[in-house]
Design a protein around this ligand. Structure first.
Ligand code: GDP
Length: 211
């Protein structure tokens, strides 16, 4: 699927979030999990810079997504800051930066959280903490197992089984930004999970003529 995407804004203050008009899909994961690569692969461009991009790393980046031939954007992707390795449960709950907590808890149009987990590493407390947090706040969540190309098919099957045991409530999709494996399936899932959360008020839609 080919889409057109446009960087909208980078926000670290809830008062600056765009009007909650379109369904949003949030991408979350530990630093270096391959989050930028997944977003770039889905959007077909290098729109999400690597995590080292100055000024964008501790903010939520909003991207409008439009399908060719359609006049207006239909979906928004949000790229959340990668979380670190240390003191993770505190980082994710109490110390989660003040703009992320309200975004995940209160954003009315947040339709799906895509939690990225590297299939090459054993289950991490940081990921557990994130998944628990999302369950607690009642967010629909999909796990994407990144960098699947680094494993043989047997190893990948085992890694996915381990993830499924660790997170029995969530659907898990393997993905490789390198080979494109899983891209179609992830798009399909995103479309399925956002199609019934359409815009509430069409005249509130943002102008997208410059997409
Ligand atoms: P982020 O920090 O989560 O945004 O991660 P990046 O997308 O910047 O990727 C981190 C590193 O993992 C980079 O060196 C990427 O080249 C590598 N990487 C990302 N996705 C894949 C993948 O699907 N396969 C492989 N083999 N490497 C990947």
């Amino acid at each position: 699927m080919r889409v057109l995407a446009r960087f909208m804004m980078s926000v670290s203050d809830p008062s600056q979030f765009p009007a909650p008009v379109l369904p949003e899909v949030a991408f979350l994961g530990r630093s270096n999990v391959g989050k930028s690569s997944v977003i770039n692969s889905l959007l077909g461009s290098k729109i999400a810079k690597t995590s080292s991009t100055p000024g964008r790393t501790r903010s939520i980046n909003f991207f409008e997504v439009r399908w060719p031939g359609k006049p207006e954007a239909e979906l928004i992707f949000t790229d959340l800051p990668g979380y670190g390795y240390a003191k993770i449960s505190r980082e994710i709950s109490q110390q989660w930066p003040s703009f992320i907590d309200p975004y995940l808890k209160e954003r009315p149009c947040l339709a799906l959280c895509v939690a990225l987990i590297d299939v090459n590493v054993p289950p991490q407390p940081a990921d557990r903490a994130l998944l628990d947090f999302l369950a607690e706040v009642g967010r629909p969540t999909l796990i994407v197992g990144t960098k699947s190309d680094k494993l043989s098919s047997n190893q990948l099957r085992n890694a996915l089984q381990t993830l499924a045991r660790e997170y029995p409530q969530s659907q898990i999709l393997p993905f490789s930004a390198k080979t494109g494996a899983g891209r179609q399936e992830l798009w399909q899932e995103i479309r399925n999970r956002t199609s019934d959360v359409g815009p509430q008020t069409s005249d509130l839609r943002p102008q997208t003529s410059d997409l």
